[in-house]
Write a protein of this length. Structure first.
Length: 100
């Protein structure tokens, strides 16, 4: 007699059915009770995490205008020194890094 090795063994099939029946009969919480539990466990109020944005903190930055020997690259939009100018086309300057 030929044996079908792909067929599930009877003891494994019974164990699967028993575990599925156990899961179905268990008292699983509904979505409303889970949401209520999560709301009660939310303790993030007043906790400052390292690296978090500090919205209330004012930052002071000094903005310097563009110098005469600087240009803004039309590709990477960085302010570069004139010594890094590769080409200028239609009034748009490009740096050496973007041209290479």
């Amino acid at each position: 007699m030929a044996t079908d090795y792909d067929e599930v063994r009877p003891d494994v099939a019974e164990a699967r059915k028993a575990s599925l029946d156990a899961v179905k009969s268990a008292n699983a919480p509904d979505a409303r009770s889970v949401a209520a539990d999560l709301d009660e466990a939310d303790t993030s109020d007043g906790v400052n995490l390292p690296g978090a944005d500090l919205i209330e903190e004012d930052l002071t930055v000094t903005v310097l205008p563009q110098e005469d020997d600087e240009f803004i690259c039309g590709s990477c939009f960085l302010i570069r020194h004139r010594s890094l100018l590769a080409r200028e086309a239609n009034g748009v300057a490009y740096c050496r890094d973007c041209e290479s």
